[in-house]
Design a protein around this ligand. Sequence first.
Ligand SMILES: [Zn+2]
Ligand SMILES: [Zn+2]
Length: 157
Amino acid sequence: MLFNLAVLLGTLVTVEGVGTLAHKYIMHGWGWWLHRSHHQPQLGVLETNDVYLVALALIAAALVALGKAGHAPLQWVGAGVAGYGLLYVVAHDGLFHRHWPRRLRPVNRYLKRLHRAHRLHHAVKGREGCVSFGFFYAPPLRVLRRQLRERSKTALK
Ligand SMILES: [Zn+2]
Ligand SMILES: [Zn+2]
């Protein structure tokens, strides 16, 4: 049981790491055509960017299926990926963007910092020069603000 729990938690941390890199290099890179909808005013309930969430759900389902087929620990990796997806929907869509009918508010310092950091991610219009690509870890806000200042200076040159 403890082993499974460790696999689950390890998966959450890993998905945050991989997700941060994917957000920076794929979603703001060649995958921008899908992510762009998220950096524009939202029109409906869904946005093209949600394709990434569907991909995450498919990966989780595949891992659980593989786990059931005999590679037991993979079930817990799958559960971790699915859990990350759920936490993402609550934190990112509910808390950061308030896309939910009932508006969530950040209740502690950690969530406030994440919320502000994500606002800074959206402070730059478009794909280039954005900061803070993680969803559950954010660098200190002063570091992000400095990065934003430096990037806007180089953009003006
Ligand atoms: Zn983004
Ligand atoms: Zn966002």
